[in-house]
Design a protein. Structure first.
Length: 258
C-alpha cells in the first residue's frame, strides 16, 4: 500500500477547510470595507454633508426664534459657554448680515461653505446649480428640469423626463440596475478570490472568460462542482433565465414590490 497517499489526504482536507475559512474572511472584509466607506466622512460626501448641515442649522435657529430671554439669563448662558466670545461675535455678524438683507439660509450656506469648502460650495440643486452648457445654458434647459433630483444638469434632449410618471418609472429602473450591478461586482470578484487565495478548483475564474466554458466539452460547472449547476446547453440557460427573471419582474410589477 502507498502510505504517501494516506499521509497527503488529511492535508488536502485541511487545505480546503482553510480555504473555506479564508473565503468567508475575505467576504467579511469586503463587507466591512464597503460599510466603512459608506459611513466615513469622505471628501466626496462633503456636498451631502453640507445639504444636511444647512437644514440642521436652520432648524436650530427656528427653534430659538420665538424664545425670549432676559439680559441676566443671556449673560448666565454665555458665562457657562466655553466659547462665549466667539458666540458674541457670531451673533453680531449674523445680525449685521440680516440687516443687509441676507436670510438665515443664505448665512448658514455661506458658513458651511467656508467651513467645509470644496463640494460644499457647489450648488447641486435648484436653479443656481451647475448646468451642462455652463454659461451658455440659457434657453437650453427644459422647464421641467428644475434641479429637484440628483444629477440634474439640465440636459434632456430626448424628453425622457418630460412625463412625471415615466420619469418616476425610469428612476425606479435605475435603482434596480444599480442593485444588479452591485451583485454582478460580487460575482466577478468572488470566483477569482476563491481560486487565487483559497485554492478552490474553478476551471475559469476570470469573469469575462467564464461564460465561454458552456461551449467546451463537458459544459460549465458552477464553482467547479458539477453537483451545483452542470450547464451543457446555452439554450437551456437562456430559457431558465427568461423564466426566473421574468417571473421575478412580473411579481415586482404586479405586486408593487421594491
Amino acid at each position: 500500500m502507498d502510505t504517501g497517499l494516506l499521509s497527503t489526504a488529511p492535508k488536502r482536507t485541511n487545505f480546503k477547510r482553510y480555504g473555506l475559512v479564508a473565503s468567508i474572511a475575505v467576504n467579511a472584509i469586503l463587507v466591512c470595507g464597503i460599510a466603512s466607506m459608506a459611513f466615513s466622512p469622505a471628501p466626496l460626501a462633503s456636498g451631502v454633508a453640507a445639504k444636511t448641515m444647512v437644514p440642521t442649522a436652520m432648524k436650530g435657529v427656528a427653534s430659538l426664534a420665538n424664545k425670549r430671554t432676559s439680559v441676566e439669563q443671556s449673560r448666565a448662558i454665555l458665562a457657562q459657554t466655553p466659547k462665549a466670545s466667539m458666540l458674541v461675535k457670531t451673533g453680531a455678524i449674523t445680525n449685521t448680515l440680516m440687516k443687509q438683507g441676507m436670510s438665515v439660509k443664505e448665512i448658514a450656506t455661506a458658513v458651511t461653505c467656508q467651513k467645509i469648502g470644496g463640494a460644499a460650495c457647489q450648488e447641486w440643486y435648484g436653479p443656481d446649480r451647475a448646468l451642462w452648457l455652463g454659461p451658455f445654458s440659457e434657453g437650453a434647459v427644459p422647464s421641467y428640469l428644475t434641479g429637484e433630483f440628483p444629477g440634474d444638469y439640465g440636459w434632456d434632449t430626448q424628453g425622457l423626463s418630460a412625463d412625471p410618471t415615466t420619469f418616476a418609472a425610469y428612476r425606479e429602473t435605475e435603482v434596480i440596475h444599480a442593485r444588479w450591478a452591485m451583485l454582478g461586482t460580487l460575482g466577478c470578484l468572488t470566483p477569482e478570490l476563491l481560486s487565487k487565495y483559497s485554492g478552490v478548483p474553478i476551471a475559469e475564474p476570470v469573469w469575462f472568460k467564464a461564460g465561454s466554458q458552456i461551449f467546451a466539452e463537458g459544459g460549465l460547472d458552477y464553482l467547479g462542482n458539477p453537483s451545483l449547476v452542470h450547464a451543457q446547453s446555452i439554450l437551456a440557460i437562456l430559457a431558465c433565465q427568461v423564466v426566473l427573471m421574468g417571473g421575478a419582474e412580473a411579481y415586482r410589477v404586479n405586486g408593487d414590490h421594491r
